[in-house]
Design a protein around this ligand. Structure first.
Ligand code: DCT
Ligand code: MG
Length: 393
């Protein structure tokens, strides 16, 4: 009544609707709200995603299917499920109906079917069947051994090995990494806590600063993103003076070994200087930095080992970068894996730039520079006419 009389006094137009018209209007508005509740940008790297989000049951279902696709080396399908899960993690509220997802990117037919089933029945039959399949569980257990990839696990399954006991009883020859992985399986499949990561940071920091004063240690990976647990602890090591990082890895690893802190280590040298040193690691690897895959032995006091144990094993990755590439390495090693993938895709498709853990460069400038060099060479040799600077698609 107050609003009505105030509106009349102020000369504002007042529309009087009957109850049915009003109800109809409200229903229309609700429907509209339902069909376009959410919007998110296309690339995961453009979205803010919290560690704790509103749609865990949906993202867990899609993540399990992504994991299964990865274990079967179906990368296309795995990335599609990971992208769909990432969209759901970025939504500002719980999804209650598939109609709310209309127009959102990265939600293909298959992912929408899974979401629909989970919303309707609380589970999806494809997810449940996968979760209980012998092959999925065997692949998970066997690839859970440090040093065992999907190809090896698949070969073992074809030989009738589905679990650790069968592997231990078989005559299968294991390499050094796989043997260490099997010996420390239980520890390495326990989540690494933030406290464990802090203890290892202290140890690595002590080693680095006593051997290479001025060198820097940076915790990266999931712990840098604020996660409270992880499957390993990732570090970048560098020195503020270019070139002074050379020799750092060997010295740090030898010191850690001499202190009895390493259960396993394998170092691979960098390969970004391969023209000087001959070919290094294959280019399919994630990056070309000097890297050490290690298993640390954390004693009681540095960690809380399982009951009855004096220590626990923890996977640690150490990576050495020259300071000139450090920023790109830090960006690349902070993750997550999907964020990095999307950031590179966005740089390439939307900005015509190429991003790696070593550098960021403008592809158009590189192509033009290449054309200029070819022209200079052609002209100075009088062999051919100049090449156009047009940039090919
Ligand atoms: N990385 C990447 N591409 C890969 C592997 C790794 O871009 N194929 C980057 C992103 C994360 C970082 O390296 C560290 O890798 P992980 O330790 O495997 O990932 P994480 O996010 O630290 O996960 P977790 O917390 O389980 O260790
Ligand atoms: Mg990690």
């Amino acid at each position: 009544v107050h609003w009505f009389t105030e509106s009349l006094r102020a000369g504002r137009p007042v529309e009087i609707l009957d109850r049915h018209t009003l109800q109809g209007q409200m229903e229309e508005e609700e429907k509209e709200e339902e069909t376009c509740s959410f919007t998110v940008p296309n690339y995961a790297c453009q979205r803010r995603t919290q560690l704790h989000h509103h749609n865990p049951s949906l993202s867990d279902a899609l993540t399990l299917l992504a994991e299964n696709a990865e274990l079967n080396e179906d990368d296309g399908r795995a990335v599609a499920f990971r992208r769909a899960a990432a969209v759901l993690k970025a939504l500002p509220a719980e999804v209650t109906s598939v109609s709310q997802l209309k127009g959102l990117p990265c939600l293909g037919e298959h992912s929408l079917r899974v979401i629909k089933d989970v919303l309707k029945d609380g589970s999806c039959s494809e997810v449940e069947t996968t979760k209980h399949s012998q092959r999925f569980n065997a692949l998970k257990v066997l690839t859970g051994i440090f040093g065992v990839g999907v190809k090896t696990a698949d070969r073992w399954i074809r030989d009738g090995i589905f679990n650790l006991q069968q592997l231990r009883e078989s005559q299968t020859t294991l390499n050094r990494a796989q043997q260490a992985g099997l010996d420390h399986y239980e520890d390495l499949n326990q989540p690494v806590t933030r406290a464990d990561a802090d203890s290892i940071t202290e140890i690595v920091q002590e080693a680095v600063s006593s051997l290479f004063p001025g060198a820097q240690v940076t915790l990266t990976g999931g712990f840098r993103r604020g996660k409270m647990t992880g499957h390993d602890v990732d570090f970048l090591l560098t020195h503020p003076e270019e070139g002074r990082e050379e020799g750092l890895m060997d010295k740090v690893v030898s010191w850690l070994d001499s202190q009895g802190l390493l259960l396993y280590q394998k170092t691979s040298r960098n390969s970004y200087l391969e023209s000087r040193d001959g070919p290094g690691r294959p280019s399919s690897n994630m990056d070309r930095f000097e890297r050490c895959f290690a298993i640390f032995k954390l004693s009681r006091g540095q960690t809380s080992p399982p009951a009855g144990h004096q220590w626990r094993a923890v996977r640690v990755d150490l990576v050495v970068t020259p300071i000139s590439q450090f920023a790109f390495a830090l960006l690349g090693w902070t993750g997550s894996k999907l964020f990095e993938r999307e950031l590179r895709r966005w740089a390439g498709h939307e900005k015509a730039m190429s991003l790696s853990s070593h550098a960021l460069f403008d592809k158009t400038q590189v192509i033009n520079t290449l054309f200029r060099e070819i022209n200079m060479w052609n002209c100075s040799n009088h062999t051919r006419s100049p090449v156009s600077e047009a940039i090919p698609e």
